[in-house]
Design a protein around this ligand. Structure first.
Ligand code: NIG
Ligand code: FE
Length: 400
């Protein structure tokens, strides 16, 4: 299982501005799924050679926040929103997340996989090698487990690395209306222990919001997740400021996601805990939100910013991570260097893989994207123009 890339102009995304500058042509030796030597000098090896002919090689892109597994379609709600009905009102009337829950509950694992593959293919075409997938449209033990199984099964169909997150606290299921605390107890006493026991997810997420769960309920879920050795993530400050981001930071969360309504104290909390701020411009754009995440403050406090698709049927039906890079620049004022860090090093950190993914460096996983472009800014600049030459996942070359 050896491979050598030659004539690779590497954008390593290692720390410092040099990490964003394409290198002179280099050789990269890959053994057992890892990069073991990177050099301008010839490397003596019998490994299979792949001539990159001066193409740019970046870390494989990492989509660190998606809801890729679901059934049903919410185009009708898109039309309702365009006629002026707010997302929160649609949700309150039993639409929104709950309409996707109804369709997802009716689907089998195999059906969910079939429905997700075209979305996954969109992501892979944009150079993605790792994808985080959340549950959250099942909202019962069996249906959450079914979603996580479907997410994991994607690895049997495509070359991609899937990380799963339990988002049982995404919305209140219809059978618990008026009993949110009871549902949270069910999540903590039944769903989390079972998912941890079967190792179906490595982290737990909560939608901390007026249309989701309050701060006390969120904390109850975080405490429980911690007892079961699961990492913590939050959907926080998306539509209002409840303090969920600071809570996520207090529990040493991997990331706080959305954060349009985050204030300076919340940013400070992220900086102190080393929690990643994950920006989701697709949802901002699709909901026609006007409150932007506090990018200048996040920069001032040197909080690592990740960028992800949030691919989901209600608020971000976009299966292209480079489109999010473009939106990160045009909507949030990020630089193309920040967006590339956001889908590589910082996205890796948001998944707990800072030491093994998201950089072209010896000792890191051989997850790479090879591009027909001259400068990395091109990834944020163009949309819809195919630029990907090939991906490499754990050292396996994929010409998909
Ligand atoms: O990340 N914010 C909560 N969850 C999703 C939306 C899910 C949906 O509307 O189906 C999000 O935006
Ligand atoms: Fe989300």
């Amino acid at each position: 299982m050896e491979l050598i890339l030659t004539n690779a102009r590497i954008v390593s995304m290692q720390a410092g501005s040099a990490g964003y500058q394409p290198s002179e042509p280099m050789n990269v030796l890959i053994q057992n799924g890892q990069m073991t030597a990177i050099s301008t000098k010839a490397i003596d090896t019998d490994a299979k050679r792949i001539d990159c002919s001066g193409k740019l090689v970046t870390p494989g892109l990492i989509d660190c926040h998606t809801h890729l597994i679901y059934a049903g379609n919410r185009a009708n709600e898109f039309e309702m929103r365009l006629q002026g009905m707010p997302y929160q009102t649609i949700a309150a009337q039993g639409g929104g997340i709950i309409s996707t829950v109804k369709a997802t509950r009716r689907a089998s694992v195999d059906e969910l996989v079939e429905l997700a593959l075209p979305r996954l293919d969109g992501l892979l075409k944009s150079g993605v090698t790792s994808v985080e997938v959340k549950s959250g449209y099942g909202l019962s033990l069996n249906d959450e487990v079914k979603m996580l199984r479907a997410a994991k099964a994607l690895e049997n169909h495509r070359r991609v690395k899937i990380t799963t997150t339990l988002l049982a606290a995404h919305a209140l299921p219809p059978e618990y209306i008026g009993r949110a605390d009871d549902y949270i107890e069910h999540v903590c006493q039944t769903i989390i222990p079972q998912v941890a026991e079967e190792k179906l997810a490595t982290s737990v997420d909560v939608f901390c919001e007026s249309v989701g769960f309050n701060l006390a309920q969120t904390e109850r879920v975080f405490q429980c997740a911690q007892t079961h050795g699961l990492q913590i993530k939050g959907h926080t400050e998306q539509l209002s400021n409840l303090g969920g981001t600071a809570l996520t930071a207090r529990y040493q969360g991997l990331s706080a996601d959305h954060i349009e309504y985050l204030d300076e104290n919340g940013v400070k909390a992220l900086a102190e805990s080393g929690t990643v701020a994950t920006l989701l411009p697709g949802a901002f754009y699709f909901l026609r939100e006007t409150q932007k995440p506090p990018v200048a403050t996040l920069r001032a406090y040197q909080v690592p910013m990740a960028l992800a698709t949030d691919m989901n049927p209600g608020t971000s039906p976009f299966a292209d991570l480079t489109l999010m890079m473009n939106m990160g620049c045009t909507l949030f004022g990020l630089t193309p260097e920040e967006t590339l860090r956001g889908v590589t090093v910082h996205a890796a950190k948001a998944l707990g893989f800072a030491e093994t993914r998201g950089q072209v460096a010896t000792g890191f996983d051989a997850d790479l994207a090879i591009w027909n472009i001259d400068h990395p800014a091109d990834l944020s600049y163009q949309v819809g123009v195919p630029r990907l030459h090939a991906r490499i996942v754990d050292g396996a070359f994929c010409h998909d």
